[in-house]
Design a protein around this ligand. Sequence first.
Ligand code: ADP
Length: 459
Amino acid sequence: MRKLLVANRSEIAIRVFRAATELGLSTVAVFTHEDRFSLHRFKADEAYLIGPPEGGMPVKGYLDIPAIIAVAKEHQVDAIHPGYGFLSENAELSRQCKEAGIVFVGPTAELLETFGDKTAAKRVARKAKVPTVPGTDGALSDPAKVKAAAAEVGYPVILKASFGGGGRGMRVVLNESEILGKLEEASREAGAAFGRGEVFIERYVRKAKHIEVQILGDTHGNIVHLWERDCSVQRRHQKVVEIAPSIDLPQQLRVDICEAAKRLCATAGYINAGTVEFLVDVERNEFFFIEVNPRIQVEHTVTEVVTGIDLVKSQIRVAQGHKLHEAPLSIPPQEKIETRGYAVQCRITTEDPENSFIPDYGRISTYRSPGGFAVRLDGGNGFGGSVITPYFDSLLVKVITSGTTFLESIDRMDRALREFRIRGVKTNIPFLENLINHPAFRNGEATTTFIDQNPSLFQ
Ligand code: ADP
């Protein structure tokens, strides 16, 4: 492997280029016309336009498998990393890479297909004797059957898109009078976003923490977990702040969850980096599997900070065929993998917290970022003179701070957030400051409904 292309943009493209460069690989970026000034283009050794030169397909270009494969072939690319979002969970890209003799840095097409369907993933979990949230096992349509199924699960229930992600196609249903209307809404939203409208029912866990486990598997059947992250702080089912390791989980529960995640992935023959997500019912200290994300995640950084293991470099090494526990990967045996201290990540977005988080656009006139001890910044287009366009995700930069205790990492985050000076576009920084200073958050009590239940955070 000599040359690696990232089929993605901005923050995660740059993150992968950094890993590839450290491994001595040369890097290739792709960009659409609307992204011609995007920083990722300039951070790679080579960069190629995809999509029409006159523009008009800002996002679609990044989803155009034949165009990306064509660039790769024309420029002697050996490997493609898909990042997160876009094509990262697309089995077709994995398959077409294989056919073209290009290494796909991620799981096989078969694994992507299994875990792309949440109900299929739940079947794998049950096979691995991992607890799942009680619910239905497949697509729903007949109204009488939907009502009967929801009644059997017991209200409140949550409707979820089988092929969904990013919190879309999900609806909480409090009682039977709402269910058919919400089913129609969820199914329509899922159909528009994912091209498939299938929806299933789960029991709604009222007081839950979102705990997820980082997994790494090689192509020789070795698999490890790299402990867990707490991503309970969410807005509209999307993560806002992520922490590693979790705070306040009984140690035995923590170990059981991580072992369950590993067992599930071992059962599936999992390869490369992946995340197994769970909900922990904090009133009963019970955990339930919800889904697997078969790709690198936005919040992989906090695990890297507390374990010292570079996950993106590991992904590339695994894709090269190296073994987990041998050089150059040299991951310690499971019982020796430990976490040290705490790390927290805030996602800084160009959204206006005082105006329902609507995305803001325009030229950044001033950009000064924090620095200093134990502050990591993984950014994309945050710099003075950068133009934020309306076409893409609003993530500007991820700030990761660490400390020997959870509170030290939070105090450091507070200081880092206060050091930012970003002018020209609105950001969610004032909201994040309110959030990390809230007593419930600092006490480790935040559950998935924390933001919704605290309107004071928006002021
Ligand atoms: P997505 O793939 O869209 O991210 P997930 O299944 O990972 O969807 O769920 C995202 C979030 O939605 C969870 O972290 C949690 O906050 C909420 N959620 C999902 N399922 C349930 C459930 N059964 N009960 C309560 N909340 C849930």
